[in-house]
Design a protein around this ligand. Structure first.
Ligand SMILES: Nc1ncnc2c1ncn2[C@@H]1O[C@H](COP(=O)(O)OP(=O)(O)OP(=O)(O)O)[C@@H](O)[C@H]1O
Length: 269
């Protein structure tokens, strides 16, 4: 593994849903083995960006390069191989409710590989151990707390030792202790597997502790890209409003109404 080479590179990336532009001029690189957070306000295009990187969406213009190769030029077989190398953990980390913890983690191994059951068994136990939940194999998802369920989902995400891990708001809905546990696990797994990781998150406090770089989106463009330290010191108004949780800033508190309140009130009188 060449740790100084980019694993993911977005070059002049733009995307529109039919004629509605969502992303434009997006340029950034994530080096192999690094951990990047994608941040930005609601609707700024973070999840859309993740979907472009998984290959679920195709850019309107520009490129997503994976290990130097344009994703758009991947054959169907290459795209399948790309997805197989990826571990994805979505917001609610949904487990299959009718499968036990064991079968949930074994699922991608059974679906995507021809590994014999005894090897799968050892791998499931190792993954459960990695998230601190060995002994829960026979429990059903309904018997787990929210934090435990997220850890099982994380174990399933790493089932096949992904080279690329994508997390979409992995901390949503967790209490502070579970949140700290998940953040620590994600960090340790990124380092242990040396997998390149991207995480969409609103949680500044936890994520700045564990990521190597932050890509900050506003109105569909990258308005800041740098290390957590650079982010804390930046004078970007967008970032400062987000970090400070300020109600007013580049993202205005008030909707830009076409008339003034005074006019409206006078008209009604
Ligand atoms: N399938 C779709 N068709 C049309 N518009 C969409 C579709 N999916 C998302 N959008 C729009 O694209 C914009 C960006 O959405 P996206 O989910 O990428 O934002 P986000 O930054 O992840 O937001 P949040 O933090 O609220 O999850 C939003 O305005 C959303 O309404």
């Amino acid at each position: 593994m060449n740790l100084s080479a980019p694993f993911i590179e977005c070059r002049d990336l733009a995307f529109a849903y039919t004629d509605r532009p969502i992303l434009q001029n997006v340029n950034f690189t994530v080096q192999t083995g690094r951990f990047a957070a994608i941040m930005g306000g609601s609707g700024s295009g973070k999840t859309t960006l993740l979907r472009l990187i998984t290959g679920q969406l195709r850019p309107t213009s520009g490129q997503v390069l994976v290990q130097g190769r344009d994703l758009a030029a991947f054959s169907t077989a290459e795209l399948t191989a790309h997805r197989r190398r990826m571990g994805v953990l979505f917001q609610h980390g949904a487990l299959f409710t009718d499968l036990s913890v064991y079968d949930n983690i074994a699922f991608p191994m059974r679906e995507l590989t021809k590994l014999p059951e005894e090897v799968i068994r050892d791998l499931v136990l190792l993954k459960l151990h990695a998230v601190g939940l060995r002994g829960t194999e026979q429990l059903m998802p309904a018997e787990l707390s929210g934090g435990m369920a997220r850890r099982v989902a994380l174990a399933r995400t790493i089932a096949l030792d992904p080279e690329l891990m994508l997390f979409d708001e992995p901390f949503t809905g967790l209490d502070p202790i579970s949140l700290g546990v998940i953040a620590d696990l994600i960090h340790r797994i990124n380092k242990a597997l040396r997998s390149t990781s991207l995480m969409v998150t609103h949680d500044i406090e936890q994520s700045l502790k564990i990521v190597d770089q932050v890509v900050f989106l506003a109105h569909g463009e990258v308005v800041f890209s740098g290390t957590p330290d650079e982010m804390r010191q930046t004078d970007s108004e967008w970032v400062r409003q987000f970090v400070g949780g300020l109600p007013n800033g580049p993202v205005a508190f008030r909707y830009p109404a076409a008339t003034t309140l005074k006019d409206d009130l006078l008209q009604a009188a």
